[in-house]
Design a protein around this ligand. Structure first.
Ligand code: ZN
Length: 371
């Protein structure tokens, strides 16, 4: 088992500027860090190195994606708009008209490097050069749409990697499992009419960007290739375990993809300031093991995990470490110091109203199609 690892120090330098969390500076919001800043991911990279886990990983260098690669998903107008914003000495915005997805002068190259990093990690998995790979890239991607960035995301990293994989290998049928606390709206939109990509999103119900309903099941010619599992705020281990065993894994069994990509956001973690879920590192480890079991039995191990959101600078690193340990089959020296405080909590139990959400989502299984 070899696990690829993609990280570059410059991902930590991508500068979203001074914000009061989610609010632009000005008025009574004292400027501080932007919610999406480099700390969570930079500290995960530090922990991977400090724990010794890095020694067992295979480095897959990131590179700057070409415009040709980016234009497989995004519109020429959007790319031209980003170039214009990037040339401003103060940088600019990637989300047209919303203004929360900021970047500084010269950062466009880092955003393109995030795309290139996910592509290279994906190709290494698709070509079986490694068993699986973890792409710790920044900025994230699962909200980005063809014509605009959204929700801190500039480019649609995973969809762009899927296009690159299909372009360069024989793999055509891919499933995306998104456990970020927010709905993976961009990935869903981009493959809405594509029956060869199954998008599964487990997210907090009615959180940003307020879509991701169970009834969204795919467009014309692709009904059943989109599966949403909204869960109520406060869901923890019990609800996520049930969602996996009753919906995610049966969907994968039926759909039978050749490769699985996980959009791994840790804002569904217990301490996240941007989500209201209760997962711990032990739960991310469990979910990774479930996907690992599936890909080992059915996909020649082919699993790519791509880092998305997650905003607790002190907890995200332990969640990420648990995922990478599970992927590589190794245990590092670094124990999660928060684990004892999260053990045996009632918030981890499955509540009846959470089960109702899972059962409702399971109605979409009837639409999932075999190859
Ligand atoms: Zn998120």
């Amino acid at each position: 088992m070899t696990t690829g690892w993609t990280w570059h120090e410059r991902f930590g330098w991508y500068d979203t500027g001074r914000f009061a969390g989610l609010i632009p500076p000005g008025g009574w919001g004292e400027p501080d860090l932007h919610m999406e800043n480099g700390e969570t991911k930079r500290r995960l990279a530090s922990l991977v190195a400090a724990s010794g886990l890095l020694d067992s990983l295979v480095s897959i260098p990131a590179r700057v994606a070409t415009d040709e690669e980016i234009l497989r998903v995004h519109t020429p107008d959007y790319l031209a708009y980003l170039v214009e914003q990037d040339e401003s000495p103060r940088g600019g915005f990637a989300d047209i008209g919303i203004g929360r997805t900021t970047f500084s002068h010269g950062d466009l190259e880092i955003a393109k490097m995030a795309v290139g990093g996910v592509i290279e990690a994906g190709l290494a998995v698709a070509r079986s050069e490694v068993s699986n790979a973890y792409a710790l890239t920044r900025p994230p991607g699962h909200h980005a749409l063809p014509h605009t960035g959204l929700g801190f995301c500039v480019f649609a990293n995973i969809p762009l990697a899927i296009h690159a994989i299909r372009h360069a290998t024989d793999i055509e049928r891919i499933a995306v499992v998104d456990w970020d606390v927010h709905h993976g709206n961009g990935t869903q939109d981009i493959f809405w009419n594509d029956p060869d990509v199954l998008t599964i999103s487990i997210h907090q119900d009615r959180l940003f960007p307020q879509f991701g309903l169970v009834e969204e099941r795919g467009g014309e010619g692709a009904l059943g290739s989109c599966l949403n599992i909204p869960l109520p705020a406060g869901s923890g281990r019990g609800a996520y375990e049930r969602a996996f065993t009753d919906v995610v894994l049966p969907a994968l069994e039926t759909y039978a993809p050749q490769m699985v990509i996980v959009a791994s956001g840790f804002d569904s973690g217990n301490f996240d300031p941007n989500g209201r879920m209760c997962l711990g590192s032990i739960d991310y480890r469990w979910m990774t093991e479930q996907v690992m079991s599936y890909v080992t039995a059915n996909c020649d191990d082919r699993l790519l995990v791509v880092h998305e959101g997650g905003y607790s600078a002190w907890y995200v690193p332990f969640c990420g470490l648990a995922v990478i340990e599970a992927m590589s089959g190794t245990e590092s020296q670094a124990n999660d110091p928060f684990a004892a405080g999260l053990a045996d909590r009632v918030a981890a139990q499955l509540m009846p109203h959470q089960l109702e959400f899972v059962e409702h989502a399971a109605t979409s299984l009837a639409f999932v199609r075999q190859p």
